[in-house]
Structure formats: C-alpha cells, structure tokens
Design a protein around this ligand. Structure first.
Ligand code: BES
Ligand code: ZN
Ligand code: ZN
Length: 493
C-alpha cells in the first residue's frame, strides 16, 4: 500500500473515493468549505441537510457517486460529530468506519481530506493512516468464499499544509508502521489453537525477527528446566505441546550497554482452564489468551522498523493450558524461578504463573522498567468492561509515562490500586503464596501476585482481558491489537 501526502485542493484530487468529514457544528468561518462543497454538488449538501436524513453525527456516512464537478469516483460524506470531540482517536475511529464501509467497492486510490481542527496536522495524518490501514484487516483469514476483498493500493492525505511537510510525512510513515504491527497482532490473535501452539508462536517470532533485524533466542523445556522456570513448566505439563520461552532483543541505545526496557506478554495459545476446567461458553474465545504475547511481538516489530533509540527486550512465555493425566492439580505446590513457592489453588489462574517466571527473568536483566501485558482476569472485565484496560503500577513515573503514551495512542487505561493490604488474599497456608485471592477484587489480587516477582524494578501491569476483542457494534470485528500502539509510543517517547 502506498501512502502519500497530497498537497493541494480537495476539489482537484483525482481518486476513486474522497472522504470528507463534516461537523455537526460547522463554524461560520468554516462555512467557506461547506459552501464551496455545496456549490460543487449543485446544492445537494444543503438539500441533504434539510431532509434531517443528514445530521453529521459521528459515524454517519453518505456516498455520492461520481459528482460531476469533482474528480473523484465517489464522494464520501463522513459525519464527524461535534468539533470538540474530534480528537486523534475520533479521527482514527471515523476513518476506520468509513473505509470499512467502502472497501469492497474496488477502490484503488482513497483520499482523505484533512479538516483543520484542534488536532495538529502531523498527528491527524498519523491517525488517518492508522485508521485506513486498520480497516483493511477483516479477520476472515480462513474463509474460502465471501472473503472480504480489499483493493486499496494508495492512500492520499489531502491538506493545505500548515506544518513542515517532512514532519507530516514522517508521522504518516509512523502511522503505517504502527498500524501494520497492530494488524499483525490482530491476525495472530485470530489464529486458532490448532494453528498456533507455543512452538508455532516461537516460529512466527523467529520469522519476524529475521525479517526486521531483531535478535531472538527461544528456550525449550530443557533450557527452562535449567533456569528452574518451575511455574511455566507446571502450566505446560497438561499439554502435549511443549512450552517455549521467547526472548526478542532490539539494540537501539546509542551508548550500547544501556539498561533495557523489558516488555512481557502472556502467551497462552489456548486456555481451557486446565483441571480447573472452564465452562464451554467461557472457553470459546480462549484462543485469544495469547493476545499479550502477540502485542509484544508486534510492538517489537514496529520498534525495530522505527529504529527506536533504546535497548528493548520482549519476553514471551508461551504455553497451552490443557487438562490431562500429566496436568498440574489444584493444591500442587510449584517452585518458581525466583525461588518463591506457589500453591496452585486454581489451574485456570495460569497466566500469573507463567508471568511470574517471565518477570523474574526480566528483573535479572536490570531493566530501566518493565511492562507486562496480559489477558489476565475475568474480574478486570467485570470492573472496566470493554472500553478500558486495567493498569497497575508500583512506580509513579512509569505509570505517568504509560498514561501519556495512552493519551497519544487513544487506547484507554484505568489505574487500579495495589495497596499492601490486598496481599493478604494471596497468602498460602503451606507455601509462600497462592495463585488465587478469592472472589473479590480479582484483577487486583492477580496484580499483587505479579508484584511479588518484580522486586523494586519500576513496573506496569496491563490487564487487557476486556479489550482484546471488538464487540458487537464497535468499529471493527475480532481482535483489536490493543496495546501495540501504546507500548510503541511509550518506549519511543
Ligand atoms: N485467560 C483468563 C482470563 C480471561 C477471562 C481472559 C475472560 C479473557 C476473558 C485467565 O487465565 C483466567 O482464567 N483467569 C481466572 C482467574 C481465576 C481462576 C482466579 C478468571 O478470571 O476467572
Ligand atoms: Zn485461565
Ligand atoms: Zn488465561
């Protein structure tokens, strides 16, 4: 896909579709644009507005076929809602919706007209590109018929520039890289359990590492035994598929030896719950329990492509959580890599077990800070629904860093507490700690469990259990890739 900045006037752009946002509250001095547009359309716009069929409310779309005074095959009027809510995230979402509506029309060249707003041009350009690229992934990879088609070959961002061209072009490139990475995460999360197991995930990671110039190391079970990663190995026991521990390294720090930033992603390629078996209904989406891993992998790809000037390590503990005659049992005690013993009360709380060893491994790298991302708890979905991910942190500075990155990425988080008193819930009678904390505050007690393994390393834990999949009525379908954009923003700021 070619992505280009087109300087010049919206009415002379040659393309298959021109997307033009219209606000509910067009200001007087902007009347100019709508007046000109109305003239070009021979009064159609005024007429449309007078019918009440057109209100410009966010997401409304009307397609005008081959307007004779313009040089586009189709003019797509896009309701952009109120001015004040037209931020970068709104741009991204609206463009995603518009492109999704028309992408099967055999459009090769799609132009988006940038309406001046409170969002600066470069940021808007990035959001537009992200929106278009994200709209091109449909999630129907395994359909043999009725596969949604996508013809878009070129995206034009049309603007009468007010900022340096180079800056806008750089933002567009960045948008493309980050959105392609997001789509990669979405595609991988969509891969069913019979198509991607831990070795498959490691294989995919190796291909990406090769292609984008990351260093990769994959530990098999013998190496993990050697490192005494007892918690990961305990989860993996129930499956015939052996565990993998994937280490990806990006060396970007100018000073060479600088302490790395460590990103950790939960890679459960399928979560049946193990012997604490899930119900059929709650098992249906559990191929997506590797979303954290896919996000870290995709973020590492983007980090390499953007040549981020930091040393960054991506860690992915990959396992399949199944019941069998060899599976760990509720009540088992395992010894984690850190030396801490864990009483496994519930084998369905497997994410925190594999993360415990991964965080311990990460801590030994003496990082600047660590961020883990995981579809960790149903309790987080109960607490925050599908709009915001849970954020936990032991450090104000990295927490703020993450929240600032999230402002720019448009992915929303909500900080939840880590008070010391919550720790009581995971005390074990016979071991150092147990892996469940009872019925209440489940997202928090899971985070308290992880905190045990990070020591004094500045750390954020992101619980994405609720935001991993688009829900009915949202702008896209299937996996969201939630987290890729925030992580990339965070490490490159
Ligand atoms: N993978 C699940 C969490 C999850 C739930 C992700 C719903 C996405 C949607 C995790 O491994 C799990 O099963 N957690 C248990 C923990 C409990 C046993 C303490 C849960 O949340 O029910
Ligand atoms: Zn589970
Ligand atoms: Zn899980």
């Amino acid at each position: 896909m070619k992505i280009r900045l087109a300087k010049g006037k919206w009415d002379s752009i040659e393309c298959d579709a021109l997307i033009v946002p219209l606000f509910e509250d067009e200001k007087k001095n902007e009347g100019e644009f709508t007046t000109a547009l109305d003239e070009k359309l021979g009064g159609l716009l005024s007429e449309l507005k007078s019918t009440e069929e057109w209100t410009s409310k966010a997401g409304q779309i009307s397609v005008i076929y081959r307007p004779s005074e313009l040089r586009t095959g189709r003019l797509i009027l896009l309701g952009a809602g109120k001015r004040k809510s037209y931020d970068a995230q709104a741009i991204r979402t609206l463009i995603m919706q518009a492109v999704r509506r028309v992408k099967s029309y055999n459009l090769k060249r799609v132009a988006v007209y940038y309406r001046r707003s409170q969002v600066e041009t470069a940021q808007a350009a990035q959001a537009v590109v992200e929106g278009v690229v994200m709209a091109t992934y449909s999630g129907d990879d395994y359909k043999t018929e009725d596969k949604s088609k996508n013809f878009i070959e070129e995206i034009l961002f049309v603007t009468e520039l007010d900022q340096g061209q180079a800056q806008v072009e750089e933002a567009m490139k960045r948008g493309e890289i980050v959105a392609q990475a997001t789509n990669l995460a979405r595609r991988l999360v969509n891969e069913p359990g019979n198509r991607i197991n831990p070795s498959g995930l490691a294989q995919t990671a190796a291909e990406i590492a090769e292609k984008f110039g990351l260093e990769i190391e994959v530990l098999g079970e013998p190496e993990m035994e050697e490192k005494q990663m007892g918690a990961i190995l305990a989860v993996a026991r129930g499956s015939d598929e052996p565990a993998r521990f994937i280490v990806l390294r990006h060396f970007g720090a100018p000073e060479g030896e600088a302490p790395p930033i460590v990103l950790v992603g939960k890679g459960v390629t399928f979560d049946s719950g193990g012997l604490s078996l899930k119900s059929p209904k709650s098992m249906e989406q559990m191929k997506s329990d590797k979303a954290g891993a896919c996000v870290v992998l995709a973020a590492m790809q983007a980090i390499a492509e953007l040549q981020v000037k930091k040393n960054i390590v991506g860690l992915i503990p990959a396992v399949e959580n199944l019941p069998s005659g060899r599976a760990q049992r509720p009540g088992d005690v395992v010894r984690s890599m850190s030396g801490k013993t864990i009483e496994v009360m519930n084998t369905d709380a497997e994410g925190r077990l594999i993360l415990a060893d991964a965080l311990c491994y990460g801590r030994q790298l003496q990082p600047e800070y660590m961020v883990d991302i995981a579809t960790l708890t149903g309790a987080c979905v109960i607490a925050l629904g599908h709009l915001r991910a849970g954020l936990f942190s032991n450090n104000e500075e990295v927490c703020q860093k993450l929240l600032q990155a999230s402002e720019r990425s448009g992915e929303k988080f909500w900080r939840l507490p880590l008070d010391e008193d919550y720790r009581r819930a995971i005390k074990s009678q016979i071991a150092d700690i147990k892996n469940v904390g009872g019925r209440w505050g489940g997202a928090i007690t899971a985070a308290k469990f992880l905190e045990e393994f990070v020591g004094d390393v500045p750390w954020c834990h992101l619980d994405i259990a609720g935001v991993g999949l688009f829900k009915e009525g949202q702008e896209l379908k299937g996996p969201t890739g939630f987290g890729v954009r925030t992580l990339v923003e965070m490490v490159s700021s």
